[in-house]
Design a protein around this ligand. Structure first.
Ligand code: ZN
Length: 205
């Protein structure tokens, strides 16, 4: 996966290449990205409850935002939605385990020979918390996300290298003097290679 800096002026006019896989994009998904500096997070942690209270009141003002009209193929149109659901799955498992523990506890009141509820809760937490941590990290690393947002640009991580190359190519064309670039002119590098392999017209007899 690659990282790419997208200029604010281009966020609604990106090449027709899927951000996740590099295949031709069929649609645009408007994604509301938010980002805050790691310094702000450190300040909140260092100040403890005071920092948390400050963040709750002023965090929305300090967060940087940018909307991006993300080109996606049919298979990846739910890129962010699927990952949000996957992130919530461990919480659902924890709730189910809590309900099961409560049922076992209530049954244990009438049957002392069953597994002690404290042991069951310990096993539940011991399994679920590491599972939650691993799943969350894996999902976070594979999600297209902002690494920085400024008034000028947004730096996106975990995008397809093909999309990154297509966008760089589009910027080069746009920066060329006297050049007007139509979005359809910007092909993915994969398509460009395929096009170059087409035999020239009239070469067959
Ligand atoms: Zn795709």
């Amino acid at each position: 996966m690659a990282s790419i800096e997208i200029l604010a002026r281009d966020v609604d006019d990106l090449p027709d290449v899927c951000m996740q896989c590099g295949e031709p994009a069929r649609q645009r998904i408007v994604r509301h990205f938010t980002w805050h500096s790691s310094g702000l997070l450190m300040a909140v942690l260092l100040l403890g409850p005071l920092g948390l209270a400050f963040y709750m009141y002023f965090g929305r003002c300090l967060n940087k935002r940018m909307d991006v009209s993300a080109p996606m193929c049919g298979a990846h149109q739910n890129h962010w939605r699927k990952r949000a659901l996957l992130k919530e799955a461990p919480l659902l498992i924890l709730i189910i385990l809590g309900v099961v523990s409560a049922i076992v506890y209530l049954q244990g009141m009438f049957d002392p020979g069953r597994m002690p509820v404290s042991l069951l809760v310990l096993i539940s937490v011991g399994v679920t918390v590491p599972f939650f941590a691993v799943i969350s990290i894996a999902i976070e690393l594979s999600t297209i996300r902002p690494a920085e947002i400024s008034g000028r640009a947004i730096l996106l991580k975990s995008v397809s290298p093909i999309f990154a190359d297509a966008y760089k190519h589009m910027r080069l064309l746009r920066n060329a003097p006297g050049t007007q670039v139509d979005n359809e002119q910007v092909q993915s590098p994969r398509d460009a290679v395929c096009a170059n392999r087409q035999p020239p017209r009239g070469s067959r007899k």
